[in-house]
Write a protein that binds this ligand. Structure first.
Ligand code: SAH
Ligand code: SF4
Length: 380
């Protein structure tokens, strides 16, 4: 049984052509599935009956089974979806005054193993399929429309961030068709500027994304130098800052937005000193050995969301403010991310899902000591 959620429009056109159907039939089908949220072929009333029967015999719109849906006091919604074999992934909807954002997962677990990330501590189980990535949006959009009683044609989600569980650029072949369905006018019709891929820095795939499907890019930096970044984001040993910033500059030539968002998770006494803020400014301006040209960017400081196994603490708000001030006084737009949905463990980095770990995480993490800057920070 083919899952039609696995196809972007061109994939669906090819699939329909193999059944002797013209392109416009694929367009109709795509609209039924993604714009109307229909999964029953019999109800796709403008498709010819023989096609509906052929589809029912060979294909399905296979969504994900929600195991749980939690609603936060601030309106944030978190879903836990079963992806089989004991694995589950999480998806979070964050309502704001002017937009609705969906935070989508790309993998069950994550192989990068960042010290401060709950998903990273789980280890890696498997890549999600295109259908499983799209199904998170499909489910959330149509469920929310129903729940919020939105009029026909109105949408609940107009902003997607690939910031849930997993490293999207390590699941590239499934990611790109999913992004295309999000962007397609016959799919969800989202603006390229409002679909963001967040990466820990898979350099070759940043280059490929700029050619295949340029969308907004967020890069998880977290440190101003390679020594610290090697410890916090182990992928840095493979793609150090010089290469990462080079990829960011190349990406900007084709990106839909004229800046990269640098994410920086504020860890008490680890990466949050004023000196490190100045180091970050020098890095961005291209004044260090790791970087020789400025990078157009915004900096988004994320207060660390603690989880028991991390052994790390959130930087006190005053320290975050000082850090933000140093960076913004250097002329770099700097924001501090508001923590949303933390009463339901839906905040950044708290998404744990359920992962049947196939890597020895304890061994891997024990090789990565976190250096605490002596004397820095007062715990909050
Ligand atoms: N793998 C990708 C996308 C998923 S993580 C990436 O790393 O960019 C999305 C964001 O959440 C990243 O910026 C990540 O660094 C941040 N994050 C992870 N754990 C966190 C935590 N415990 N508290 C705050 N932010 C966290
Ligand atoms: Fe993976 Fe991103 Fe978490 Fe790092 S922060 S472990 S890359 S999901």
């Amino acid at each position: 049984m083919v899952n039609l959620l696995d196809f972007d429009l061109e994939g669906l056109v090819t699939h329909c052509a193999a059944m002797g159907e013209k392109r416009f039939r694929a367009v109709q089908l795509h609209r039924w599935i993604h714009q109307k949220g229909e999964s029953c072929f019999e109800r796709m009333s403008d498709l010819a009956r023989p096609l509906r029967q052929k589809l029912a015999a060979s294909a399905a719109v296979k969504a994900l089974e929600p195991i749980a849906e939690q609603l936060s006091a601030d309106g944030t919604v978190k879903w836990l979806f079963d992806v089989g074999a004991g694995n589950a992934v999480e998806t979070v909807f964050i309502p704001e005054a002017d937009r609705g954002t969906l935070c989508i997962s790309s993998q069950a677990g994550c192989a990068i193993g960042c010290r401060f990330c709950s998903t990273g501590h789980q280890g890696f189980s498997r890549n999600l399929t295109t259908g499983e990535i799209v199904a998170q949006l499909w489910h959330a959009e149509h469920r929310l429309r129903q729940r919020l009683g939105l009029p026909a044609g109105a949408r609940a989600i107009d902003n997607v961030v690939m910031m849930g569980m997993g490293e999207p650029l390590q699941n590239y072949s499934a990611l790109v068709p999913a992004l295309r369905t999000m962007l397609d006018d016959h799919g969800y019709g989202l603006s390229r500027r409002r679909v963001t891929v967040s990466t820990s820095g898979v350099v070759p795939m940043i280059d490929r994304l700029s050619e295949d499907c340029p969308v907004a890019l967020a890069v998880s930096l977290h440190a101003p130098d390679d020594t610290l970044r090697d410890e916090l984001v182990p992928l840095n040993r493979k793609y150090p800052l010089r290469e990462l910033l080079g990829a960011c500059r190349r990406y900007l030539r084709r990106a839909p937005r004229d800046f990269i968002t640098f994410e920086y998770c504020m860890l008490d006494g680890v990466n949050d000193s004023p000196e490190q803020a100045r180091g970050l400014v020098s890095l961005i301006r291209g004044e260090t050995s790791a970087s020789s040209e400025p990078v157009a960017c915004k900096v988004n400081l994320i207060p660390f969301n603690p989880f028991p196994a991390s052994g790390l603490k959130r930087s006190p708000a005053s320290r975050v403010q000082v850090f933000a001030q140093v960076v913004s006084e250097a002329g770099i737009v700097t924001t501090v991310r508001k923590t949303r949905g933390d009463d339901i463990d839906a905040a950044c980095g708290q998404l744990a899902g359920e992962v049947q770990d196939r890597t020895d995480v304890q061994t891997r993490l024990s090789r990565v000591p976190v250096r605490v800057v002596a004397g820095a920070g007062v715990s909050s």
